[in-house]
Design a protein around this ligand. Structure first.
Ligand code: ADP
Ligand code: MG
Length: 703
């Protein structure tokens, strides 16, 4: 790689940006695309052909051989099937490359092998992918060559969404429409659109690939299922923001270049709290593009790692005892004229539009805390939420001192007449300037925190798509905006009415505000007293999708049909069972084929050592003591293994998806923990040469 990186030159080099499109298609076609992007509708067949040809010519000139409809099924990953641009050679044997409008706009992958939760019977296996014109096409470069990727939505023959993107796009339109009604109430006729923006901070671990390949749990489950703690963890706080080591630095440099080429605005990079843990944050952008880009980020993190002899772990909890990884979803709403609806300005107490927006968000989050929590759940995140490193599983809003005080004044007196000032931060050093303090401090323990001009939803798991959380956020806020607009449009005395509504909403929903320590055990009791839902695990949250409240919300705005919600629920239960099933099988395999045989060899070594020592006429007390401890733990391990095997068989026999998932959680997972304990104890007793797999020390500190 060259030393000098010219970001301006490489940025979006592999993206069919609007600028690029303008160069490769006629002005007429370009204008039609812009019109559809901005106002919806469909491209004419003629324009679709022109755009497809331009896109293909650009891609081919840049070395692409294939195209793919790139989509996001309910697996949470992306999917692609490559087709080359080749056609029948002409009669002289010459190859003419081709890509038609209908191939750009619509694809027909067989949908039968993607999770559909029963939406699609095998006899109607056909699925459709449709071009998402609002997210730019890009060229992916790897060992496969160069592939033109066209971001698409994926649905069934009957139009039911089978992916994470379709509902997201629906929710973006809805929140935009309802937010426009709010903006109009305040006399703004200039803005034509409100768009949700998202910036997703991504945490990840990097470990040595050689070590990774020696651990079946990492290979099959993405996390360690065994492992005694290393002598050192994260207690010295020396990794967070620590100096980036050479090998990791080289990786990050390479990663940034790859991402920049793909138009991803990789901006911030740093070491995270746990050893071997890091973070990458892009600059925020329109939410569906942010969702696509987060998928690209995850894929690129993994791909580039391979080139550096590293493996990237995106799992929410790869290692017990040190922090896991999350993804902070920063969210705001902006008009096409650049006004951020979440910007309080210097005097939030006088900014009535902001206060109304805030009141609506409080209402939305309080009313649908259950759905928001559900949207951030996945199997891996169960190890994080509610532990002391991640937000609790209870949803609450952090507003900061100043805004909380404004809300309090409004609730108590109906007026917010004054502001708590941030004041000056005195450094006490004459050569350092005194800084103006922000009126909002940070609260790292809050799941939903106001951070200046955006809300930061901190519950999302590192491996999860941010599609669902944003779909939910957009929809619940749209509902609150809609109700507020219904009440306020056409009233005689707007000022009085809006004032009353803000007070009403804030009073009714103030229980959702919590500025204290979300990790404190007292908070759980307090939240219960306030009537806030506490859904500690993923499975506890699944049913929130099909309550009457949920049906009413999603059907009103055409985000999900009942059938889609039922199907998603089913996919969640199945995914849960399958994931734990893999983990349990992996533990059984590692126990039976690696750990127990190694311990039997170790016992043999120790037994010989005892005999030899005694034969030589010296005491063998230490050898005996270790031998007996190892034997004790090995016995425990063997019986735990037998129990896990039995529980797994029992779970596998259960047909009904929900019952099965709960059995995995309450029986199989417990049996897995019981197997891990003696194995981890054995690791501490065993000769390093004999222990068959790399330890936490090797994995976390040998990078
Ligand atoms: P912090 O979380 O430390 O406050 P930043 O201010 O750097 O971090 O922002 C974190 C993420 O939030 C970045 O991806 C950033 O682009 C994004 N972000 C900043 N402003 C907004 C906004 N108005 N809407 C959505 N995301 C935003
Ligand atoms: Mg943050």
């Amino acid at each position: 790689m060259t030393d000098k990186i010219n970001i301006e030159e490489i940025f979006a080099q592999n993206v069919f940006t609007l600028d690029t499109m303008r160069k490769w298609v006629s002005e007429e076609a370009y204008n039609e695309v812009i019109n559809v992007m901005e106002n919806g509708g469909e491209l004419s067949g003629k324009t679709a052909n022109v755009v497809a040809k331009g896109m293909k010519d650009w891609a081919v000139e840049n070395g692409a051989t294939h195209y793919t409809h790139w989509f996001q099924p309910l697996t949470g990953f992306t999917a692609e099937k490559h087709d080359s641009f080749i056609t029948h050679p002409d009669k002289n044997g010459k190859m003419l490359l081709e890509f038609k409008g209908k191939e750009l706009i619509k694809g027909e992958p067989d949908a039968s092998s993607f999770p559909s939760g029963g939406l699609r019977a095998t006899f109607e296996a056909r699925g459709y992918t449709t071009w998402d014109i609002t997210s730019p096409a890009f060229i992916k470069e790897d060992a496969t060559g160069k592939i033109l990727c066209i971001p698409t939505a994926f649905c069934s023959y009957k139009g039911e969404a089978l992916d994470k993107k379709t509902p997201l796009l629906r929710s973006m339109e809805i929140v935009g429409q309802q937010a426009m009604r709010i903006v109009r109430l305040f006399g703004n006729y200039e803005a034509k659109k409100v768009i949700p923006s998202v910036g997703a901070e991504q945490e990840y671990f990097l470990i040595d690939r050689e070590n990774y390949l020696k651990r079946e749990d990492l290979i099959y489950a993405g996390r360690t299922l065994f492992g005694a703690p290393a002598p050192k963890g994260q207690e010295m706080d020396d990794h967070y923001y620590g100096c980036i080591r050479e090998r990791i630095g080289a990786y990050m440099k390479d990663l940034n270049v790859e991402l920049w080429k793909l138009g991803v605005t990789a901006k911030t990079q740093h070491n995270e709290v746990a050893p071997a843990q890091h973070e990458l944050a892009p600059i925020y952008e329109t939410s569906n593009v942010a969702v696509d880009h987060n998928q690209i980020v995850m894929e690129t993190l993994k791909k580039v790692a391979g080139r550096h002899g590293l493996t990237c772990l995106l799992h929410e909890k790869p290692f017990q005892g040190v922090n896991g990884s999350g993804k902070h979803n920063n969210w705001s709403l902006t008009t096409d004229t650049g006004m951020n609806l979440l910007d309080p300005g210097d005097t939030p107490n006088e900014n009535i539009q902001f206060l109304l927006v805030l009141a609506c968000i409080m209402k939305a989050v309080d009313t649908h805390a259950d759905l928001l929590r559900q949207s951030a759940s996945d199997v891996g995140n169960d190890h994080r939420l509610g532990a002391d490193e991640a937000p609790p599983a209870i949803i609450s809003i952090f507003l900061g001192e100043q805004l909380e005080d404004v809300v309090k004044q409004l609730v108590e007196t109906g007026e917010a007449t004054h502001l708590v000032e941030g004041g000056v931060l005195e450094t006490g050093v004459s050569t350092l300037p005194d800084l103006l303090k922000d009126a909002t401090d940070r609260n790292r323990t809050s799941p939903f925190a106001f951070t200046g001009n955006k809300f930061e939803f901190r519950m999302v798991g590192s491996a999860d798509s941010i599609g669902d959380p944003n779909t939910i956020l957009n929809t619940i806020v749209a509902e609150a905006f809609c109700e507020a607009a219904d009440r306020l449009e056409g009233v005689e005395d707007f000022e009085l009415a809006v004032h009353d509504l803000i007070k009403e909403y804030m009073t009714a929903h103030q229980r959702i505000i919590f500025n204290g320590n979300g990790y404190a055990p007292e908070w759980i009791k307090e939240a219960e007293r306030r009537g806030l839902p506490n859904l500690p695990t993923m499975l506890d949250a699944v049913e929130t999708l099909t309550t009457d409240k949920s049906f009413a919300l999603f059907e009103k705005f055409n985000i999900f049909t009942r059938a889609e919600l039922e199907s998603r629920k089913d996919v969640l239960y199945e995914t849960y069972s399958k994931t734990i099933n893999i983990e349990a099988k992996c533990m059984i395999e590692m126990s039976s084929k690696q750990i127990i045989p190694a311990e039997i060899r170790y016992i043999k070594m120790l037994s010989k050592a005892v005999l030899l020592a005694e034969e030589a006429g010296v005491r063998a007390t230490v050898q005996r003591e270790i031998l007996s401890k190892v034997t004790d733990e090995l016995e425990k391990m063997q019986s735990a293994l037998v129990k896990l095997e039995a529980e797994l068989k029992a779970a596998q026999r259960i047909k009904e998806h929900k019952t099965c998932a709960f059995y995995y959680r309450d029986h199989v997972k417990t049996a897995m923990e019981e197997l891990r304990a003696p194995a981890d104890a054995l690791e501490m007793l065993t000769d390093k040469e004999v222990w068959p797999i790399p330890t936490y020390g090797d994995l976390l500190f040998e990078v």
